[in-house]
Ligand binder design. Structure first.
Ligand SMILES: CC(=O)N[C@H]1[C@@H](OP(=O)(O)OP(=O)(O)OC[C@H]2O[C@@H](n3ccc(=O)[nH]c3=O)[C@H](O)[C@@H]2O)O[C@H](CO)[C@@H](O)[C@@H]1O
Ligand SMILES: C=C(OP(=O)(O)O)C(=O)O
Length: 433
C-alpha cells in the first residue's frame, strides 16, 4: 500500500493525541544498546523506522518485546553480538548511523552501509560523523558499499567544534562521550526538541550531560550506564501537521501538546498565513477567520518569508507543511530552506493541483497563493513531510486526488490515515501502480 486516495473538500474537525517524535525515538532506541540492563520505553510508535531498528536488535540477539497496542517496549541487550561480515544495519534511514557508537563501545567495530541517507533532501553528509568517531580514537576505513569503523581500545574523551549544528552528529557525539574516559565538550551542538529529549533519556540511563538545549554540551564519561523506564513526549511535527490540516481544510483540530513552550516561533509562522494558534489546558487549537491570507509585511518592497534553519529557528522538516499553507493562502510567501541544498525541487509537482510555486534558487521558493486549485494525481519524492504537504493540499481541494508513493509517511506517523478518518477525512491507502 503506497498510494493515498483522498476525496477532499471536507473540513477536518476533532481531537488528536499525537504520537512520539520519530527523531527522538530512533536515537533513543540506538542508545539502549549502550546498556546491558533492561530498558522500558513507553509511547513507542508503530512506524517503519522503529520496526527496522527492532528487527536488527533481534538479529543481533537482543531480547525485544514490543506491544504496539500499548506502545510499551521492553528491550534487553544482554546476549547481543555483532558480526561485521554478516550483520547489516538498516538502509534508507538516517538513524542507522547512531548504532555506530554503541557497536563500537561494545564490540570495537561497526559497519555502515552507503545508503543510510534517509529522506532525499540533497546532500546528507557522512563526514561530520566520521570526524566525531576519529576524535574519540576510532579508525575509519572505506570498503566496498560501506564504511568500517574500528576501535581497539575504549573511546577517549575529546573536545570538538562542529562545522554546523547537525542533529545526528550531536547525538553521535553524546553516544560516544557517555562511556568515554574523561570529560568531552561539543561546541556548536544541535539543540532541537528531539535532541533535548534524547539527552533526557541518556541522563535517565545515568549519563552525565550538562548544557542540554544549548549549543555547548559537556559530558563526563561514566563507567557504565544502567537501565531506564522512559515515556516519550508528543511530537511537534505531528502537532503542527494536524493543526495545519484543520486550518487548510477550513475546519478546526485540537491536538494534545505538553510542550507549548516550544511553540512561540511556530505560532508566529502560522500567524503569517492568518492562522492563530492557542494553547490551553494541555491542548493546542488553530483558529482561522475566513480564508487563509498572507499577512503583508510593514517593510516596503519585501516578500513575507518563512526561514528554516537549525533550532531555535523554525525546524526545516516543517517547511513543506507551511508551503502547503502558502499555496492555499491568498498572497505571496517566500520559503527559505537554510539547511539543505536540494530539498525544494518537489514544489514544481504542485502545479498539477494548479498551484503556482516558483523556485528561485536551490534554497528558496515563492508561493503565489489563493489560486483556484483542482484535484490531481501527484507523485511524492522520498521525503516524509512532502508526502504530507501533498496530502494537505489534496484534503483541501474538492474532488478525488491521488498521492503516489506516499509510503514515507509511515516512517514517522503511525495510524495516519486512521487519525485523518477520525477527523472526517475520506482517505485510503491503496497498492501503488
Ligand atoms: C533522524 C533525524 O534526526 N533526522 C533529522 C536530522 O537529520 P541529520 O542529522 O542528518 O541532519 P543534519 O542536521 O546533519 O543536516 C543535514 C544536512 O544539511 C546540511 N546542513 C545542515 C545544517 C547547517 O547549518 N548547514 C548545512 O549545510 C548538511 O549537508 C547536512 O548533512 O536533522 C535534519 C535537520 O533538522 C532533519 O531534516 C532530519 O529529519
Ligand atoms: C528527513 C527526515 O528523516 P530522516 O533524516 O530519517 O530521513 C524527517 O524526519 O523528516
Amino acid at each position: 500500500m503506497s498510494d493515498l486516495i483522498v476525496h477532499g473538500g471536507t473540513p477536518l474537525r476533532g481531537r488528536i493525541v499525537p504520537s512520539a517524535n520519530k527523531n527522538a525515538v530512533l536515537p533513543i532506541l540506538c542508545a539502549t544498546l549502550l546498556t546491558k540492563e533492561p530498558v522500558r520505553l513507553r509511547g513507542v510508535p508503530d512506524i517503519t523506522d522503529v520496526r527496522r531498528i527492532l528487527d536488527i536488535f533481534r538479529t543481533l540477539g537482543s531480547r525485544v518485546e514490543m506491544d504496539f497496542d500499548t506502545g510499551i517496549l521492553d528491550v534487553h541487550h544482554l546476549d547481543t553480538r555483532f558480526d561485521e561480515d554478516t550483520d547489516r544495519l538498516p538502509e534508507a534511514m538516517r538513524s542507522s548511523i547512531m548504532l555506530v557508537p554503541p557497536l563500537l563501545t561494545r564490540f570495537g567495530v561497526a559497519r555502515i552501509e552507503n545508503d543510510v541517507k534517509g529522506c532525499t533532501l540533497g546532500v546528507r553528509e557522512i563526514d561530520p560523523h566520521v570526524e566525531v568517531f576519529e576524535r574519540f580514537g576510532a579508525a575509519v576505513e572505506r570498503v566496498e558499499d560501506a564504511l568500517l569503523i574500528r576501535s581497539l581500545r575504549p573511546l577517549i574523551a575529546t573536545q570538538h567544534w562542529l562545522d554546523y549544528a547537525s542533529v545526528t552528529t550531536t547525538e553521535n557525539f553524546v553516544l560516544c562521550a557517555a562511556l568515554a574516559r574523561g570529560t568531552s565538550t561539543l561546541t556548536n551542538a544541535a539543540s532541537e526538541p528531539h535532541v533535548q529529549e534524547f539527552c533526557a533519556f541518556m541522563s535517565a540511563m545515568g549519563a552525565r550531560i550538562q548544557g542540554q538545549g544549548t549549543s555547548l554540551l559537556m559530558i563526563d564519561g561514566v563507567e557504565e550506564l544502567g537501565g531506564a523506564d522512559f515515556t516519550f513526549t508528543e511530537d511537534f511535527h505531528e502537532i503542527v501537521t494536524f493543526l495545519a490540516l484543520g486550518a487548510i481544510t477550513g475546519g478546526q483540530v485540537e491536538v494534545r501538546n505538553g510542550s507549548p513552550d516550544q511553540f512561540p516561533l511556530i505560532d508566529r509562522t502560522f500567524a503569517k498565513f492568518g492562522v492563530h494558534v492557542r494553547h490551553e489546558g494541555g491542548w493546542s487549537r488553530a483558529e482561522t477567520a475566513g480564508r487563509l491570507k498572507v499577512r503583508e509585511p510593514f517593510t516596503q518592497n519585501i516578500l513575507q518569508k518563512v526561514e528554516a534553519a537549525p533550532w531555535p529557528y523554525l525546524p526545516v522538516d516543517l517547511l513543506p507543511i507551511f508551503v502547503a499553507l502558502g499555496v492555499q493562502a491568498e498572497g505571496s510567501m517566500m520559503f527559505w530552506n537554510k539547511v539543505y541544498d536540494g530539498a525544494m525541487g518537489w514544489t514544481s509537482e504542485l502545479s498539477r493541483f494548479g498551484a503556482h510555486a516558483f523556485q528561485s534558487d536551490p534554497h528558496r521558493v515563492v508561493t503565489f497563493g489563493g489560486k483556484r486549485l483542482v484535484p490531481a494525481t501527484v507523485e511524492s519524492p522520498y521525503i516524509i513531510r512532502v508526502a504530507i504537504a501533498m496530502l494537505m493540499l489534496a484534503a483541501s481541494i474538492e474532488g478525488r486526488s491521488v498521492i503516489r508513493k506516499a509510503a514515507p509517511i509511515r516512517r514517522a506517523h503511525p495510524r495516519f490515515a486512521e487519525n485523518l478518518r477520525a477527523l472526517g477525512a475520506k482517505i485510503d491507502w491503496v497498492p501503488g501502480a
